[in-house]
Design a protein around this ligand. Structure first.
Ligand code: FMN
Length: 175
Protein backbone atom coordinates (compact mmCIF):
# COMPACT_ATOMS: atom_id res chain seq x y z
CA UNK A 1 0.00 0.00 0.00
CA UNK A 2 1.49 3.34 -1.06
CA UNK A 3 0.96 6.14 1.43
CA UNK A 4 1.42 9.87 0.86
CA UNK A 5 1.73 12.05 3.95
CA UNK A 6 1.18 15.68 3.08
CA UNK A 7 0.75 18.69 5.34
CA UNK A 8 0.21 22.40 5.51
CA UNK A 9 1.96 24.17 8.36
CA UNK A 10 2.32 27.72 9.65
CA UNK A 11 4.51 27.20 12.71
CA UNK A 12 5.77 23.65 12.04
CA UNK A 13 3.71 21.73 14.61
CA UNK A 14 1.89 19.82 11.86
CA UNK A 15 5.15 19.19 10.01
CA UNK A 16 6.62 17.61 13.16
CA UNK A 17 3.74 15.14 13.42
CA UNK A 18 3.74 14.50 9.64
CA UNK A 19 7.43 13.53 9.75
CA UNK A 20 6.80 11.01 12.54
CA UNK A 21 3.80 9.50 10.74
CA UNK A 22 5.61 9.21 7.38
CA UNK A 23 8.61 7.53 9.01
CA UNK A 24 6.55 5.04 11.00
CA UNK A 25 4.33 3.96 8.09
CA UNK A 26 7.10 4.21 5.47
CA UNK A 27 5.07 6.73 3.53
CA UNK A 28 6.31 9.53 1.34
CA UNK A 29 6.37 12.95 2.96
CA UNK A 30 5.63 15.94 0.70
CA UNK A 31 4.76 19.54 1.60
CA UNK A 32 1.17 20.14 0.41
CA UNK A 33 2.25 23.16 -1.68
CA UNK A 34 4.23 20.75 -3.89
CA UNK A 35 1.44 18.17 -4.32
CA UNK A 36 -0.66 17.97 -7.50
CA UNK A 37 -3.69 15.80 -8.40
CA UNK A 38 -1.39 13.70 -10.56
CA UNK A 39 1.02 13.17 -7.68
CA UNK A 40 -1.86 12.12 -5.37
CA UNK A 41 -2.94 9.57 -7.98
CA UNK A 42 0.31 7.66 -7.45
CA UNK A 43 -0.81 6.62 -3.94
CA UNK A 44 -3.49 4.39 -2.41
CA UNK A 45 -3.84 6.50 0.72
CA UNK A 46 -3.47 10.27 1.15
CA UNK A 47 -2.88 11.42 4.71
CA UNK A 48 -3.49 15.16 5.02
CA UNK A 49 -2.45 17.18 8.08
CA UNK A 50 -3.31 20.78 8.90
CA UNK A 51 -3.36 23.10 11.91
CA UNK A 52 -6.54 24.49 13.45
CA UNK A 53 -7.11 28.15 12.78
CA UNK A 54 -10.14 29.64 14.52
CA UNK A 55 -11.80 26.24 14.40
CA UNK A 56 -11.01 25.49 10.74
CA UNK A 57 -8.52 22.92 9.44
CA UNK A 58 -5.91 24.82 7.46
CA UNK A 59 -5.97 23.80 3.77
CA UNK A 60 -8.38 20.90 4.21
CA UNK A 61 -10.94 22.16 1.67
CA UNK A 62 -8.33 22.29 -1.08
CA UNK A 63 -6.88 18.92 -0.08
CA UNK A 64 -10.36 17.36 -0.32
CA UNK A 65 -10.95 18.87 -3.76
CA UNK A 66 -7.61 17.57 -5.02
CA UNK A 67 -8.22 14.13 -3.54
CA UNK A 68 -11.65 13.96 -5.24
CA UNK A 69 -10.01 14.64 -8.61
CA UNK A 70 -7.23 12.12 -8.04
CA UNK A 71 -7.20 8.33 -8.38
CA UNK A 72 -6.14 7.81 -4.76
CA UNK A 73 -8.51 5.48 -2.92
CA UNK A 74 -8.59 6.74 0.64
CA UNK A 75 -8.13 10.01 2.46
CA UNK A 76 -7.20 10.28 6.13
CA UNK A 77 -6.96 13.60 7.95
CA UNK A 78 -5.12 14.69 11.07
CA UNK A 79 -5.38 18.02 12.79
CA UNK A 80 -3.05 19.74 15.23
CA UNK A 81 -4.25 22.37 17.67
CA UNK A 82 -3.59 24.13 20.94
CA UNK A 83 -6.60 22.39 22.52
CA UNK A 84 -5.48 19.42 24.66
CA UNK A 85 -6.56 15.95 23.44
CA UNK A 86 -8.52 15.43 26.63
CA UNK A 87 -10.97 18.20 25.71
CA UNK A 88 -13.03 15.75 23.71
CA UNK A 89 -16.18 17.90 23.50
CA UNK A 90 -14.28 20.76 21.85
CA UNK A 91 -12.60 18.32 19.46
CA UNK A 92 -15.93 16.68 18.56
CA UNK A 93 -17.17 20.16 17.67
CA UNK A 94 -14.13 20.65 15.39
CA UNK A 95 -15.08 17.53 13.43
CA UNK A 96 -18.71 18.63 13.18
CA UNK A 97 -17.67 21.98 11.73
CA UNK A 98 -15.05 20.64 9.32
CA UNK A 99 -16.48 17.31 8.13
CA UNK A 100 -19.83 16.55 6.55
CA UNK A 101 -21.87 13.65 7.94
CA UNK A 102 -20.69 11.53 5.03
CA UNK A 103 -17.05 12.48 5.58
CA UNK A 104 -17.36 11.57 9.28
CA UNK A 105 -17.89 8.00 8.06
CA UNK A 106 -15.60 7.88 5.02
CA UNK A 107 -12.62 9.96 6.17
CA UNK A 108 -10.82 8.61 9.25
CA UNK A 109 -9.90 11.66 11.34
CA UNK A 110 -7.39 12.12 14.16
CA UNK A 111 -6.62 15.00 16.50
CA UNK A 112 -3.14 15.74 17.89
CA UNK A 113 -2.46 18.40 20.50
CA UNK A 114 0.41 20.76 19.73
CA UNK A 115 0.69 24.22 21.29
CA UNK A 116 1.42 27.77 20.25
CA UNK A 117 4.60 29.24 18.83
CA UNK A 118 4.64 33.05 18.86
CA UNK A 119 8.22 33.08 17.52
CA UNK A 120 7.16 31.45 14.23
CA UNK A 121 3.68 33.03 13.95
CA UNK A 122 2.91 35.44 11.13
CA UNK A 123 2.18 39.06 12.04
CA UNK A 124 -1.59 38.80 11.30
CA UNK A 125 -1.84 35.60 13.39
CA UNK A 126 0.05 37.21 16.27
CA UNK A 127 -2.31 40.20 16.11
CA UNK A 128 -5.34 37.89 16.17
CA UNK A 129 -4.03 36.06 19.22
CA UNK A 130 -3.37 39.38 21.00
CA UNK A 131 -6.94 40.46 20.27
CA UNK A 132 -8.28 37.22 21.68
CA UNK A 133 -6.06 37.56 24.78
CA UNK A 134 -7.33 41.13 25.28
CA UNK A 135 -10.96 40.11 24.91
CA UNK A 136 -10.52 37.30 27.42
CA UNK A 137 -8.71 39.46 29.96
CA UNK A 138 -11.53 42.04 29.89
CA UNK A 139 -14.37 39.52 30.15
CA UNK A 140 -16.17 39.30 33.49
CA UNK A 141 -17.41 36.09 35.13
CA UNK A 142 -15.15 33.85 33.05
CA UNK A 143 -15.94 30.15 32.88
CA UNK A 144 -13.24 27.64 33.85
CA UNK A 145 -12.65 26.92 30.16
CA UNK A 146 -12.16 30.63 29.45
CA UNK A 147 -9.79 31.00 32.42
CA UNK A 148 -7.77 28.07 31.07
CA UNK A 149 -7.74 29.54 27.59
CA UNK A 150 -6.62 32.92 28.94
CA UNK A 151 -3.65 31.30 30.69
CA UNK A 152 -2.82 29.08 27.71
CA UNK A 153 -2.55 31.79 25.08
CA UNK A 154 -0.32 34.14 27.08
CA UNK A 155 2.90 32.67 25.72
CA UNK A 156 4.40 29.93 23.56
CA UNK A 157 4.12 26.33 24.68
CA UNK A 158 4.53 22.87 23.18
CA UNK A 159 2.42 19.96 24.39
CA UNK A 160 3.07 17.80 21.29
CA UNK A 161 3.96 14.18 21.93
CA UNK A 162 4.59 11.22 19.66
CA UNK A 163 1.94 9.28 21.56
CA UNK A 164 -0.79 11.43 19.96
CA UNK A 165 0.29 10.21 16.51
CA UNK A 166 -0.01 6.55 17.56
CA UNK A 167 -3.74 6.01 16.83
CA UNK A 168 -3.27 7.23 13.25
CA UNK A 169 -0.10 5.18 12.77
CA UNK A 170 -1.81 2.07 14.12
CA UNK A 171 -4.79 2.67 11.85
CA UNK A 172 -2.52 2.89 8.78
CA UNK A 173 -0.46 -0.14 9.72
CA UNK A 174 -3.64 -2.12 10.22
CA UNK A 175 -5.03 -1.27 6.77
C1 FMN B 1 -4.57 32.56 14.61
C2 FMN B 1 -4.58 31.26 15.29
C3 FMN B 1 -5.78 30.62 15.54
C4 FMN B 1 -5.81 29.37 16.20
N1 FMN B 1 -6.99 28.77 16.44
C5 FMN B 1 -7.01 27.60 17.14
C6 FMN B 1 -8.25 26.95 17.42
O1 FMN B 1 -9.33 27.40 17.04
N2 FMN B 1 -8.21 25.80 18.16
C7 FMN B 1 -7.02 25.25 18.60
O2 FMN B 1 -7.06 24.22 19.25
N3 FMN B 1 -5.83 25.83 18.30
C8 FMN B 1 -5.81 26.97 17.58
N4 FMN B 1 -4.60 27.57 17.28
C9 FMN B 1 -3.35 26.86 17.58
C10 FMN B 1 -2.88 26.10 16.34
O3 FMN B 1 -3.91 25.27 15.86
C11 FMN B 1 -1.67 25.22 16.63
O4 FMN B 1 -0.58 26.00 17.00
C12 FMN B 1 -1.36 24.35 15.41
O5 FMN B 1 -0.60 23.24 15.79
C13 FMN B 1 -0.70 25.12 14.32
O6 FMN B 1 -0.25 24.24 13.34
P1 FMN B 1 0.86 24.64 12.29
O7 FMN B 1 1.92 25.37 13.04
O8 FMN B 1 1.36 23.36 11.75
O9 FMN B 1 0.19 25.47 11.25
C14 FMN B 1 -4.57 28.79 16.62
C15 FMN B 1 -3.36 29.43 16.34
C16 FMN B 1 -3.37 30.65 15.68
C17 FMN B 1 -2.05 31.33 15.42
Amino acid sequence: MKILVTYKTKTEFTKWYAEIIAKEVEGELIDFSKVTNEKMSEYDVVVYGGGLHAGRINGFKKAKEMFAKSAAKKMVVFVTGATPNEETETIDEVWKVNLTEEEMESVPHFYMQSGLCYEKMSFPDKTLMKLLANMLSKKENKSNAELGQEQAIKSSYNISDEKYAKPLIEYLLGE
